[in-house]
Each structure stands twice: as C-alpha cells, then as structure tokens.
Write a protein that binds this ligand. Structure first.
Ligand code: PEP
Length: 261
C-alpha cells in the first residue's frame, strides 16, 4: 500500500491579514510559476479560524488544501458560545482538522475523551481529523512512551471504531520536540510510528497499512528528508517552519523527491 505524503502546516495562533498575505504569496509563487511542483504529495495549511475565509480565497482551488486547528465536540449548532462547529469549517472549505494537539491537551484541559468526541464530530462533518498523540519528556524518560501512545490512540479507537481511521490521519508529536528545536531522531520517530501502526493493525491490518502517520516536532528543511524517508513516516505536521514559505516549500520538496506513490 502506497501512502501519499501529507505535509501540513499548523500556523497555531500566529499571523495577521498582512503576514498571511505575504506567506501565501511565497507559498503560491512557486506553484504559479510552474503549475504544481509537488504533484505526488498533499500540502495543507491550518491557519487560525478567523483567517480561514481569507486564506481560502487566496489559495482557491489550487493544490494547497485548507484545514482548521480545532473544532467543537458538538455535532449540531446551538448555544455553545465561542465554539466552532465542524460543519462551519467544512462550509469554509476545510478538508482536515487537527484534534488532540498537545497544546490543547496541556493548556485547555482536553483529555482523551474530549479528543475522541472532537474526532467523531470532525468525521460527522465530513472533515478528516489529524489525531495528535505523543509523550512528554518525563514520560519518555520514564519508559512510558508506548503506554501513552496506546492510551491516546486507544481512546479514539474505542470511541469511534477502527473503521473511522479509514478517513483520518494520525500525527506522532513528541511533546518534548514541539517548538523546542529538539527533533526526534529518525530512529525514535520510526519506532513510535511503527508502534502506532502496530496498534492499528491489532484491530485491522488493512486500515493500519493505509493510515498516514505524520511526524511533528521541530521539522525543518534541513531535517525533513531524514525523517520522511523512515518507512512508517508518511508526512509532517509542521509548526514554526510552516510560517516561512521557503522552509515549508523545502519540506514539501523533500517529500516530493522521496515520493512514495
Ligand atoms: C506543531 O505545532 O504541531 C509542531 C510540530 O510545532 P513545531 O514544528 O514548531 O515543533
């Protein structure tokens, strides 16, 4: 089974109308010049929700896809002040949404049950969730990495069923590597990805084989190829480096050069 690389940019709570316009000009310039330079991969940007519409207008129907960083766990509109329904994101042209990012787990109290509800709400709205899982440094040093990954992934499998992963992406994001400049080694990433795929395979080998597992944590242009060439690494979830057009495009180019399809 060939899994198409997905390079996803998580802009987090960054940007402004002016900064986004500049970033998108950089991202689109290369594609405008030479149609689509990365025909065999998927590329995705996830701006803050307030900018989704303006980003959508700029990227149009081009090859860069649009995603959101978060959504409500509710399935229907109603009295949930400050929340954003999955259907609203879909209406704005989002095809993916990040769920369970470690920043949401750590700062906004999202536990495994909440993440599983958001995963289900995303799919109910026709969005593909990108489920983030990963251990803290303390957990890694305590030999708990696999236990944490099993718990975080298992909670969603238990709530939504393994079949749901046919329309989802998993992202392994060791918390100690996010925004720290400290990247997991290719060996560490591959071991975690293989473990996650093994957990999916216990339930359904075919789905395990087709589910894309992204690596996230200080991916940059100069370390992308080494991580992306690992057998079970099917793309990247890129934070800081997604805010620089040249860096993000270089990561896309690394994936295109390795092209698994
Ligand atoms: C992230 O936010 O998901 C992330 C991986 O950030 P960074 O690339 O900055 O470590």
């Amino acid at each position: 089974m060939q899994r198409r690389y997905l390079i996803a940019g998580n802009w987090k709570m960054n940007g402004s109308l002016a900064a986004n316009a500049e970033l998108l000009t950089g991202l689109l310039a290369r594609q405008n010049d030479r149609s689509n330079d990365f025909p065999d991969i998927e590329s995705l940007v996830c701006p803050p929700a307030v900018y989704l519409e303006s980003v959508r207008q700029r990227i149009g129907d081009g090859p860069i896809l649009l995603g959101a960083q978060n959504l409500s766990d509710q399935h229907k509109a109603g009295a949930y002040t400050g929340e954003i329904l999955g259907a609203m994101l879909a209406e704005l042209g989002c095809s993916y949404v990040i769920v369970g990012h470690s920043e949401r787990r750590a700062y906004y109290g999202e536990d495994d049950a909440t993440v599983a509800r958001k995963f289900a709400a995303a799919q109910a709205a026709g969005l593909r969730p990108i489920l983030c899982v990963g251990e803290t440094l303390e957990q890694r040093e305590g030999g708990m990495t696999e236990t944490v990954l099993e718990r975080q992934l298992g909670a969603v499998i238990a709530a939504c069923g393994i079949g749901a992963f046919a329309r989802a992406v998993v992202a392994y994001e060791p918390v100690w590597a996010i925004g720290t400049g400290r990247t997991a080694s290719p060996e560490q990433a591959q071991a975690a990805h293989a473990y996650l795929r093994g957990q999916l395979a216990v339930q359904d080998a075919k789905i395990a084989n087709s589910t894309r597992i992204l690596y996230g944590g200080s991916v940059k242009a100069d370390n992308a190829a080494a991580l992306l060439c690992c057998a079970d690494v099917d793309g990247g979830l890129i934070g800081g480096a997604s805010l620089k057009a040249a860096e993000f495009l270089a990561i896309c180019a690394a994936a295109q050069a390795l092209n698994k399809t």
